[in-house]
Write a protein that binds this ligand. Structure first.
Ligand SMILES: NC(=O)c1ccc[n+]([C@@H]2O[C@H](COP(=O)([O-])OP(=O)(O)OC[C@H]3O[C@@H](n4cnc5c(N)ncnc54)[C@H](OP(=O)(O)O)[C@@H]3O)[C@@H](O)[C@H]2O)c1
Length: 260
């Protein structure tokens, strides 16, 4: 029997691509999304291509009570890949308080509930891998995606700290924070995307969801606690780190402001 992997945010983009990559590798899939229709469509397609069955869970991460009742089911898996996440482009005047609170709820509050619960389960069962999909946006402030980037900075820090805590209970449990850079998915709404990606040169910075999914699947075998996805993103991160923080924030802000 294949290993069991639970993927959140499996109905779209990077999570969906990971579902196909891992199904191809023989994993048994447990997929989480917030839409019954999307989950049913993905399950049907996966089961038509691969021999494993696929189990679906509808959970809206913006609703704590749904996260808690999902966790109460005490699902046992070998791997958790937490990919669900939301963000919004805009400044402090255009993004509403409600939108900011929803980003914090999904990317931070729900994530902490989920990661804490699976860390405890994995330590109790003596093995397990947690992959947390963060972002290169976690590495420094991103004006005009400020709440999103700040929430990913929290998630990145939290994942690294959690990894060190669980390591002291079991060397067979690991937590890996993976950070993709710009990726072609439906993460940004189409108007934002059109405004931001104005030239061919800029579209070249993006990776496909399939490339990112394959790199994250490889990260499962890594012993590192933090993996930046893609050579270009690794180089860009190194380059930006050499710049004074103020200049770095200005450059990033100039780029994202195009999407506002
Ligand atoms: N795209 C990028 O450029 C990029 C770069 C770095 C990091 N990331 C991170 O990668 C992860 C996946 O993003 P993506 O680019 O693949 O975006 P995406 O195509 O929009 O997929 C996001 C996934 O999260 C799910 N989701 C959103 N809100 C949810 C909620 N309230 N409850 C449960 N599930 C919810 C979505 O479900 P639905 O299908 O129902 O919408 C979808 O499955 C995110 O954590 C994002 O921050 C993305």
């Amino acid at each position: 029997m294949g290993k069991k992997v639970l993927i959140t945010g499996a109905t779209s983009g990077i999570g969906r691509s990971l579902a196909y990559t891992l199904a191809e590798e023989g994993y048994e899939l447990y997929i989480v999304g917030r839409s019954d229709e999307k989950l049913a469509e993905l399950k049907a397609d996966l089961e038509s291509r691969y021999t494993q069955t696929c189990v679906c869970y509808r959970v809206d991460f913006s609703r704590s009570e749904e996260v808690r009742s999902f966790l109460a089911q005490k699902l046992q898996v070998d791997i958790l890949i937490h990919c669900a996440g939301i963000g919004k482009v805009g400044d402090f005047k255009t993004i509403s308080v409600e939108e900011e609170q929803e980003i914090l709820q999904v990317n931070i509050n729900a994530s902490v509930l989920l990661l804490k619960s699976f860390a405890q389960r994995f330590v109790a069962q003596g093995h397990g891998t947690i992959i947390v999909v963060c972002s290169t946006a976690a590495f420094y402030p991103h004006p005009f995606m400020n709440t999103y980037a700040s929430s990913k900075a929290f998630l990145h820090h939290y994942s690294l700290g959690l990894g060190e805590e669980v390591r002291r209970y079991s060397k067979q449990v690991k937590v890996i924070a993976v950070s993709p850079g710009p990726t072609r998915t439906s993460f940004f709404n189409p108007q934002t995307k059109t405004k931001m990606v104005q030239s061919q040169t800029e579209t070249k910075f993006e990776m496909s969801a399939e490339q990112v999914g394959e790199s994250i699947a490889k990260a499962l075998y890594s012993n590192r606690s933090s993996v930046t996805i893609g050579r270009r993103n690794q180089l860009m991160t190194l380059f930006l780190k050499c710049l004074p923080l103020k200049l770095r924030i200005r450059l990033v802000g100039n780029y994202i402001a195009k999407g506002v």
